[in-house]
Design a protein around this ligand. Structure first.
Ligand SMILES: *Cc1c(COP(=O)(O)O)cnc(C)c1O
Length: 224
């Protein structure tokens, strides 16, 4: 029997169905898209409901908050993948490298160097994405579109960081499609396979543009 619609399990089921539909409509297989459940601001008990419904990939945007919730969840459940999707300050690199499996928000040379230093010190190597500021918004973190390639080279050739792909957060007041397509083109040109883009309001569009990871919070957990 399907879960009641107004529960985490019910909403998760609905989002999964929409992900699969959007993938098929784009001629892609449903398992080419990973649903990242964004659990920021929600307590561990709510995250447990998603885990009970089979969700294991989570996104958090603050290191401190994730550190307060996920070690205990991991002790109870095998196979959780935790992704940092929020801005990372260089002085929190140590904690981020210790806690996350994927850091999606490498957006500057300074941060890349801090993360690389910690990876070496800890012997732990989270996979990374480069965050691209596709809208060139001054208040938003991420590297400028013209500088993605230089940052990628720094990460790979000098710092030994494994970069799997690109991530973006389009400007809220703009139609996101142009941003999704810009990110997809950039990744293709650089031979990068992972594209993290699309949130509750626009993940089907992001999937049509080639997203491999969609970051969905509100549509699964309700309003924050
Ligand atoms: C909060 C957040 C999301 C999820 O947003 P919703 O609109 O709640 O789906 C996705 N990506 C990032 C970077 C976020 O901070």
């Amino acid at each position: 029997m399907a879960a009641a619609p107004d529960t985490v399990a019910g909403r998760l089921g609905a989002v999964r169905a929409k992900v699969a539909d959007a993938a098929r409509a784009a001629g892609r297989s449903a398992d080419a898209v990973t649903l990242v459940a964004v659990s920021k601001t929600h307590p561990a008990e709510t995250i447990e409901q998603a885990i009970a419904a089979g969700q294991l990939v989570f996104g958090e945007n603050r290191v401190q908050e994730a550190a307060g919730k996920f070690p205990a969840l991991r002790a109870r459940h095998a196979g959780i993948e935790l992704r940092l999707i929020g801005h990372l300050q260089s002085n929190k690199a140590a904690e981020a490298v210790a806690l996350f499996d994927v850091i999606e928000t490498i957006g500057s040379a300074k941060l890349a160097r801090a993360v690389a230093r910690e990876m070496q010190r800890q012997g732990r190597h989270p996979r990374c994405l480069i965050q691209v500021n596709t809208g060139s918004e001054p208040q938003k973190s991420g590297v400028a579109p013209a500088e993605v390639e230089a940052l990628l080279r720094l990460c790979r050739d000098e710092l030994g960081i494994a970069v799997d792909g690109l991530m973006c957060i389009p400007p809220v007041e703009e139609e996101p499609d142009a941003h999704f397509r810009m990110l997809a083109l950039s990744a293709a040109r650089l031979g990068l396979g992972v594209l993290s883009m699309g949130m509750s309001a626009d993940y089907p569009q992001a999937i049509r543009a080639g997203a491999t990871h969609v970051r969905v919070g509100t549509a699964i957990f309700g309003t924050r």
